[in-house]
Design a binder for this molecule. Structure first.
Ligand code: ARG
Ligand code: ZN
Length: 460
């Protein structure tokens, strides 16, 4: 399946080293993957996308999607050929700089051969027209991911792989880009994407919604969720533009929680540093079969009315996960451990149990518990990236760090982390180095035990 045999046949450790140096390349063809051992075909080599322009038309009744994607990219090597990630759907045309390009499908790869080679450093524009009935992929953990049809539209989430089910992408968080969306749906439906709402226009019974995500975004955090929603818009005291879309069936239960969004963002800004985006909001869908929420950038997506804890969690991801992104899926605890610890902190500072109590309750679990099944910084495969150790033991690691360095230094570390890699990427090694730098302490033992060692750590 994988055409660049050079990566597939080397041991994983070497592949990881190659990946650290950038995706493996074979001459002048862009690699089929970004070099992530958990998802070898996710992302691509040879270019970076600076902007996606997505023009989509969706009919919830027939479930038909018509799309045009315009990608502005820059070649990081000479390219006679490159890949995009796209699964399912039918591609009806590809151009590179307005010149028709040859293309073929190979599994989840859309292989594009431009008429003339692209020199290294060149900025180029790829236009892909496509259509069909989008369908989700099933993740290694069994969850649906991508374009998930609902009874009134579609729940569109993409972590870790699903973006490719609805637009051709460089589908790995290592590549972050700005987005413009133009989304047409039948009048009466709403199509909600990321970033700032630019307005809508209705003609001939169809409404087009326009959205702009100006700050860099990983493909998995893009959404274009469609449904019959109640809309609420306002601007916070800090000037953040809020757009909430709520399925009426979830509205009564969601209202008291959504009301707290501005205060949650303010509280998190005090703890983590300035909110990274100019827009915020929530999408509360009625999608009972999905089973998870996602921190879609600026506007988290819920499959039903969220609890306050879940809202705090997805909001914390705006700093940890969305603004500071993972470089490799292996480091997912940098997202989930942090967002989970934010829940503990919120509870602690709002009259509930302390983070220490949350830690103790988990630590009391026997060594045989799933919590200790693998170390958070080494989930082992894509199957485990949303496992309990990533969330709970990841949060426990941060609590241990806090106890070791004290509150003042701990919160300084969180802010330094959010600011050092704002709109960029982090790795576990960078985080532990930053924590040692900020605290002036040798934390190797703590991180070795909590992040990298199998089994229940002996002493808390
Ligand atoms: N990042 C999401 C959260 O913790 C979870 C996404 C789960 N996705 C999945 N395909 N299992 O809020
Ligand atoms: Zn999360």
């Amino acid at each position: 399946m994988r055409r660049e045999a050079v990566v597939a046949t080397v041991p994983v450790a070497v592949a990881a080293l190659l990946a650290a140096a950038g995706p493996a390349t074979a001459g002048t063809t862009g690699a089929a993957g970004a070099g992530d051992p958990y998802f070898p075909l996710a992302g691509n080599g040879g270019y970076h996308v600076s902007h996606y322009g997505l023009t989509l038309d969706y009919d919830p009744k027939s479930r038909h999607l018509d799309g045009t994607a315009v990608l502005t990219a820059r070649a990081t090597q000479r390219l006679t050929r490159f890949d995009l990630d796209l699964k399912g759907l039918k591609v009806t045309g590809v151009t590179v700089d307005h010149v028709k390009a040859a293309h073929r499908r190979d599994g989840q790869e859309l292989v594009v051969t431009p008429r003339t080679a692209l020199r290294k450093g060149r900025t180029f524009r790829v236009t892909v027209t496509y259509n069909g009935t989008p369908a989700p992929v099933t993740d290694p953990d069994g969850s649906p991911d991508g374009w998930i049809p609902t009874d009134d539209g579609a729940f569109v989430a993409g972590e870790p792989q699903g973006a490719m089910t609805w637009f051709p992408a460089d589908n790995h968080p290592v590549d972050k880009s700005a987005y413009d969306f133009s989304l047409t749906v039948p009048e009466g439906h709403t199509a909600v994407a990321n970033g700032v709402y630019l307005g809508k226009r209705t003609a001939h019974g169809r409404t087009t919604f326009r959205w702009r995500q100006a700050e860099p975004m990983a493909a998995y955090l893009a959404t274009v969720t469609v449904g019959r929603f109640r809309i609420e818009q306002y601007t916070t005291r800090d000037g953040i533009k809020v757009y909430n879309a709520v399925d009426p069936r979830e509205a009564a239960e969601a209202a008291p929680v959504l009301k707290k969004l501005p205060s949650v963002l303010e509280w998190e800004s005090r703890l983590f540093g300035p909110y990274p985006y100019r827009a915020a909001g929530s999408i509360v869908d009625h999608a009972p079969d999905v089973g998870y929420a996602l921190e879609t950038q600026t506007r988290p997506l819920y499959d039903s009315a969220p609890s306050l804890s879940t809202l705090v969690h997805e909001s914390a991801h705006q700093w940890f996960g969305d603004s500071v992104s993972v470089t490799r899926w292996k480091d997912i605890w940098l997202n989930e451990g942090f967002a989970t610890y934010a829940e503990w902190l919120y509870t602690e500072q709002h009259g509930g149990r302390s983070a220490q109590q949350a830690f103790d309750a988990l630590y009391a679990r026997p060594a045989s518990d799933a919590l200790w099944a693998f170390p958070p910084a080494d989930p082992g495969s894509g199957e485990n990236i949303f496992g309990t150790p990533v969330y709970a033991r990841g949060a426990m690691t941060l609590h241990e760090l806090r106890r070791a360095v004290g509150d003042r230094t701990f919160f300084r570390i969180l802010r330094a982390w959010a600011s050092a890699h704002r709109y960029g990427h982090g790795t576990t090694a960078r985080f532990t180095a930053l924590a040692e730098r900020e605290s002036g302490k040798d934390l190797d033992g703590l991180f070795h035990t909590w992040l990298h060692t199998k089994g229940k750590p002996r002493s808390a």
